[in-house]
Design a protein around this ligand. Sequence first.
Ligand code: C2O
Ligand code: CU
Ligand code: CU
Length: 507
Amino acid sequence: MVTAGSDNALTGLNVGWPFFDLSAASQNEGATQDTEFLPDLDISLIARPTEIPIFPGDPTQVWQYHAIVHQGDKNRVMKLPRSYLGPIIRAHQGEKVRIRFTNATPEESIVHWHGLHVPAIMDGHPRDVISQGETYLYEFEVKNRAGTYWYHPHPHGRTGPQVYRGLAGLFLVSDEEEQSIGLPSNEYDVPLVIQDRIFDRNNQLVYTSGHRMEQMTGFLGDRIMVNGMPDFTLAVSTSAYRLRLLNGSNSRIYCLAWQDDRPLTVIGTDGGLLKRPVQRRYVFLSPGERLELWADFSDDPVGSDTALVSLPFDAGIAGRGMMMGRGTMQGQSLPNGAGFSIFKIKVAKRERNDRILPQELSLIAPFRVDTAVNFSSPKQFFLTMNHMQWSINGRTFEMQDVANDEIVHLDTKEIWEFNNTGGGMMRMMNLPHPIHLHGKQFRVIERSGVAHQGYVDEGWKDTVLIMPGERIRILVDFNDYPGMFLYHCHNLEHEDMGMMRNYYVKV
Ligand code: C2O
Ligand code: CU
Ligand code: CU
């Protein structure tokens, strides 16, 4: 294992080539030095404590991202009314974005652009955290395909609690291809961020006690929030909608289905539109993942309603009956895998617009596994538990650590295999892990040991759910940006306890 350099949290400057990338680091020395960068959108984004009325009675203390637009179209930044969530930021592919992030919370923080393909120094690595009152400058070009991306804090060990308090928002990207197929837009294009929370009698958020057993499972709330609101109802007209779902929960996995059993029509995933729509009776949405649905209500009578539900499923074993017995843990009133309604849909008005679902959504080239440099011996990562600690290949996060098998070469493709073998306590601890790579969208090329059908592995992904006993292989192109990026479990309590590692893209 290699440990290099000492860190300088503010600039990210490090010594110790080849593990640190000075040229990328120097891009962040300040706006005044980069006269070339002419942003299409220039905003300030402030993370700050505030309060929001969520229930009758006392307002809820939250942390929230707040934006100020300095330059560019003001409509690109949209605040969600009555929500603790950050504003929805919109950008078109090819545009340049400047974001001056100011941390006005009492903890160290940094913003990560989940799913965006940006240079290492713009990615929000935990070594780049800033303290209260400091500002971090992001400047990047939006290179991604059109899709539903998001942003959230990434300080090591504190991502779970900070996201939980409210720090998260959507980052929607559009492109020419997407706009040319005429999907439902404006009020027919609905972002839906799904999260779970626990509130006390005074309407205040309750997080985990920090007890190890709770960390091992992850935080599970008993209150389902959509766009920051409880008991959410979406009023629709008799027409077709594009529903963009993000699972912004810390550790809850949803097994999405329509209450009335009509199939789900999926048109997009993490990295944007699929090649063509696919239908599923149910689809899993694990923390960090996104899913875009086509939902057509044109045959539904006005006045009728339905709901998007989470079906009951087997979410693995977390030492049930052993160390704690059921019911002693927080959130066990609604365990992972329990069934419930997520939000209601009310068909409220008649309208005719006969939108037709395009059968060709986007161009996605078929992948070729033999383009991977390690085609004959894929890298293997085992998701295991030892000594009450989730780990990847037996390792946990160290700020500057990169092991030999975590080094890749710039502009090469590799196959990475993730194996959810679980383990510990005589295999009594076996949980799902949503694995996420920073900086890249990848393709899922194989899933084995499969016990469920609720996956959409077609298309581009940045987070992939691996159920106990499953093994997946992904094909990643390490193009464009050298430097250090993260890969980790997106169960935020797993991530915070160190189920996260660096990988290094070497020039
Ligand atoms: Cu949303 Cu490191 O991730
Ligand atoms: Cu990410
Ligand atoms: Cu995990």
